[in-house]
Design a protein around this ligand. Structure first.
Ligand code: 5GP
Ligand code: ZN
Length: 114
C-alpha cells in the first residue's frame, strides 16, 4: 500500500468525500480549513512537487486550475474571487509531498506576508 497520504485518499483506503473528480484530478476539503471554502485539488498521478512538472506533465497545472475554477463556481465564490496556492518544498511550506493546489475563499483573504 502507498505510503503517500493523498494516494491513499485517491485509492479510497482513507475514505474522504470528493467534491470533484475526473479522469486526472480529485478534490476534497482540507481537514484543517483556513477559510470557509478550503479545497485541495490533486492530480491522481503521484507527483511530489510542482518543481517536478515539465514536458509531458506540464499540463497538469492547467487541469488543476480548471478544476479549481469549476469548484469555485459550484461553491458560489466565483464572483467574489478566491486564492489558489501551490506550496513547493520545505521552504514553500509544503507538508504533504503529493502535488496539490489549495482553493481558498468565502472571505477576504489577507495580504500575503513578505
Ligand atoms: P501543504 O502544506 O502541503 O501545502 O498542504 C497540505 C494540506 O493537507 C494541509 O492544509 C492539511 O491541513 C491537509 N491535510 C493533511 N492531512 C489531511 C487529511 O488526512 N485529509 C485532508 N482532507 N486534508 C489533510
Ligand atoms: Zn501520492
Amino acid at each position: 500500500m502507498s505510503e503517500c497520504l493523498f494516494c491513499r485518499i485517491i485509492a479510497g483506503t482513507l475514505p474522504t468525500e470528493f467534491v470533484y473528480e475526473d479522469e486526472h484530478v480529485v478534490a476534497f476539503r482540507d481537514i484543517n480549513p483556513a477559510a470557509p471554502v478550503h479545497v485541495l485539488v490533486v492530480p491522481r498521478a503521484h507527483i511530489e512537487t510542482v518543481a517536478d512538472l515539465g514536458g509531458d506533465t506540464a499540463g497538469i497545472m492547467s487541469r488543476l486550475t480548471a478544476a479549481a475554477n469549476r469548484i469555485a463556481r459550484d461553491a458560489g465564490i466565483h464572483n467574489g474571487g478566491y486564492r489558489l496556492i501551490v506550496n513547493c518544498g520545505r521552504d514553500g511550506g509544503q507538508t504533504v509531498f503529493h502535488l496539490h493546489m489549495h482553493l481558498l475563499g468565502g472571505r477576504q483573504m489577507p495580504e500575503l506576508a513578505a
